[in-house]
Write a new protein. Structure first.
Length: 403
């Protein structure tokens, strides 16, 4: 989904500053100019930014500016086996401007902001070294600003244990890894940068200027190219996403979820969006619908969009008691926004109780509506083996086919 579809690009002016002035000292060369799946890294980032904006300001190193200004060929690579390369100057009606960056990231951002028209309402800052950011991510941060936030930043949960050099391990449940694109009210971003201060990201400057920045769910595959090895990872992900994969060659994903039965007698049992009255409910942050959750993981993982815990983390109060069919619908929308079509999803539920057969048709209908694709459900018992066989919880496996 593009920003146009979400907030109406024609009704609000959105420009993106694409920061591409780095020398690539750790990489050994300007990483934004390295070949990646038939293009260069910058070409992928530019295409995503252009699709989400009225205009893009590419901030480049001084020795690259003229090359990029010379014409459409400057921002393209050689023949591309994955998709047609974008053009500079005009990206599907989007204006592209190239300007010279500074000696620091903040100076480069300021140089880009200076080229953005004064009547722009939302400015998005994106790193050219993040070529995998999807349209849904641009949509999410821009929509958050349109809905009233001063700024919006994509972030993902930290999975590694983080230690302070003197104070030991930190509570990772309170930590998030921040990504770009980051969107801001244009007036506030300009004011924040007018201070001339330096920061590793623009959200820090906006907060220092008194702005409130909202976190939105980031994308685990939105990696930043830092080492040569990152290019290999990025290429495999881009090839898997390619919309022109040979006809008839599907992507197959698998999802799994398990929940124990809750000790709370007020918890409802919801499976496949269907309420099983009189049955003991499952324990979980949302409504604990293991079937819908497994479907989410099956389609998100194979589309390269992470998993349900990334999009809807269980330490976020917004998702407490959430309807998992709504989560499945959002996951399916993200998959379609990434250029994928869901062929079908097949689920196997392992439970001693309740009996699914009387409600199977209803479950399939609700799941299919949420996913926008056929979903089938089957049930099995664990034959008294293990925790599932003892009736301590319910598990579900889901297999999804995407095109």
């Amino acid at each position: 989904m593009s920003v146009t579809q979400c907030v109406g690009r024609d009704n609000i002016s959105v420009w993106t500053v694409l920061v591409a002035a780095g020398e690539g000292r750790r990489f050994g060369a300007p990483k934004q100019l390295q070949p990646l799946a038939g293009r260069r890294v910058i070409d992928w980032a530019l295409e995503a930014a252009a699709a989400a904006s009225h205009g893009v300001v590419v901030v480049a190193a001084a020795d690259q500016v003229q090359t990029l200004r010379d014409g459409p060929a400057a921002l393209t690579a050689s023949a591309d086996p994955v998709a047609a390369p974008p053009s500079a100057g005009s990206q599907g009606g989007t204006t592209v401007v190239v300007t010279t960056g500074g000696s620091t990231r903040s100076e480069s951002v300021r140089a880009g902001i200076a080229e953005v028209p004064e009547d722009t309402e939302v400015i998005v800052i994106h790193d050219a070294a993040r070529p995998l950011a999807g349209g849904a991510l641009f949509t999410a941060v821009t929509a958050a600003v349109v809905s009233g936030a001063d700024g919006a930043v994509p972030a993902i949960p930290v999975t590694d244990t983080i230690r302070h050099t003197e104070n030991g391990s930190l509570d990772r449940s309170q930590l998030r890894a921040v990504q770009t694109p980051q969107a801001f009210r244009a007036d506030l971003l300009r004011r924040a940068h007018a201070s001339g201060d330096e920061a590793t990201d623009d959200a820090s400057l906006v907060e220092a200027a008194g702005g409130k920045v909202r976190l939105v769910a980031g994308e685990p595959d939105n990696l930043k190219i830092t080492t040569p090895g990152d290019l290999h990872v990025a290429e495999s992900l881009l090839v898997a996403r390619a919309p022109d994969r040979p006809a008839g060659v599907p992507l197959v994903g698998i999802g799994f979820d398990v929940h124990r039965f809750s000790d709370d007698p007020q918890r409802d049992l919801v499976l496949g969006g269907v309420l099983f009255e009189g049955e003991r409910g499952l324990d979980g942050h949302s409504d604990a619908d293991a079937v819908a959750h497994a479907c989410c993981d099956a389609i998100l993982g194979v589309a390269g969009l992470g998993d349900i815990g990334t999009l809807f983390p269980d330490d976020d109060e917004r998702w407490r008691g959430a309807d998992s069919l709504a989560l499945l619908a959002e996951a399916a929308a993200q998959v379609r926004g990434a250029g994928r079509r869901i062929g079908n999803i097949d689920c196997t539920v392992v439970a001693e109780r309740p009996k699914l057969a009387p409600r199977r048709a209803e479950m399939q209908a609700r799941l299919s509506e949420a996913a926008g694709a056929p979903v089938t459900v089957g049930g099995n018992r664990a034959e008294s083996l293990g925790a599932l066989g003892r009736g301590e919880g319910i598990a579900c496996w889901a297999v999804a086919v995407l095109f």
